[in-house]
Design a protein around this ligand. Structure first.
Ligand code: TYM
Length: 326
């Protein structure tokens, strides 16, 4: 199967990104044709610093590799290095009603937050996402829950194009993890864990043991000191239980059984221990890769872009024929 997914280069990757997306990406690498993109064009829709952008892109490539994406098995590349993404985005723009874009939850949230600083890129963001996906005849898109609506839109756009111009695009499917699809903020478990959220809301994939300990210690729980999964009435503890179970590779029921009768304090100590142990290899691998940044990582991105470009340009030629441009 052809798999495609991506992450924006800005902000620090946290365990929500890992459990929602990257963990699935790694599993898909066995026996599938995987393409993982660093979506720098999407990041331009938010405030960013041009001085540090290229550095953030390289850092994300290192994150992919440190977390276990194998360049021998998967294609890793930077979105802006394959111009066909923006070209297809334009074609798809002409097929997408504005109302559908205005209904997107992320657009509504982001434009409300930005008010006057909102921009057209923010509105068209999901069309660029559709272009990313459709350009590679993608069948499955592993993402967290917050991207599901965008993949639905990509499906609609693909169907609309096929209906108007004849069978062209595969209609992709979103693949969400069973448990970690929406990891919540440690500070306010009603909100999702986010790169741009309040300090301490997220555990970064590369936090050192002391930072992990502090963040888990100050994670919001509740007062009844009973460890059970009940996202509605006990959102804080339920979120910690999901994180614990995912990193221990066990079901939530198994975690509940294991922790029965324990205090929140003991649970938090155990969670801290599991996180430190699980994230330690990522930190070590990243340190190694930092030293090989210039040659090794650059080379992986350059090879990845070459491969992606070959696929993208033949698909664009097909799209242009169908649309009557050539
Ligand atoms: P981004 O960079 O915001 O997030 C990257 C991935 O992490 C998932 N995620 C989460 N999963 C669980 N819990 C959370 N708290 C959490 N926060 C984030 C996201 O669902 C995502 O899978 N628009 C996309 C990037 C993109 C893309 C694409 C994805 C651009 N083109 C094409 C797939 C296919 C984004 O901003 O992700």
């Amino acid at each position: 199967m052809r798999i495609f997914s991506g992450i924006q280069p800005t902000g620090e990757i946290h365990i929500g990104n890992y459990l929602g997306a990257i963990k699935q990406w790694i599993e898909f690498q066995e026996g599938n044709d995987c393409i993982y993109c660093i979506v720098d064009l999407h990041a331009l829709t938010s405030d960013y610093d041009p001085e540090t952008m290229r550095d953030s892109i390289m850092n994300k490539a290192i994150v992919y590799l440190a977390a276990g994406i194998d360049p021998e098995k998967s294609t890793i590349f930077v979105q802006s290095e394959v111009k066909e993404h923006t070209e297809l985005c334009w074609y798809l723009n002409t097929l997408t009603p504005i109302g559908e874009l205005e209904r997107m939850t992320q657009y509504k949230e982001k434009s409300k937050r930005k008010k006057k600083r909102s921009n057209a890129g923010l509105l068209n963001y999901p069309i660029l996402m559709a272009a990313d996906i459709l350009l590679y005849d993608t069948e499955v898109v592993p993402v967290g829950e917050d991207q599901k609506q965008h993949i639905e839109l990509a499906r609609d756009i693909a169907k609309r194009f096929n209906k108007r111009f004849g069978e062209t695009f595969k209609v992709p499917k979103a693949q969400l993890p069973k448990k970690g699809a929406r990891i919540m903020s440690l500070k306010n478990p009603k909100n999702k864990m986010s790169k741009s959220g309040k300090k301490g809301n997220a555990v970064s994939l590369f936090d050192d043991p002391k930072t992990i300990e502090e963040k888990i210690k100050s994670a919001v729980t509740d007062t009844d000191n009973k460890i059970s999964y009940d996202p509605k009435d006990k959102p804080g503890i339920s979120n910690l239980l999901v994180i614990y179970s995912e990193f221990k590779d066990q079901t939530i029921e198994e975690s509940e059984k294991e922790l029965k009768g324990e205090s929140y304090k003991v649970f938090k100590e155990k969670l801290t221990e599991v996180l430190i142990e699980s994230l330690d290899p990522f930190r070590k691998k990243r340190r190694e890769l930092e030293k090989r940044r210039e040659v090794y990582v650059e080379e992986i991105l350059s090879q990845g872009a070459k491969k992606a470009k070959t696929l993208a340009s033949s698909n664009i030629a097909r799209v242009k024929r169908k649309m009557g441009l050539v």
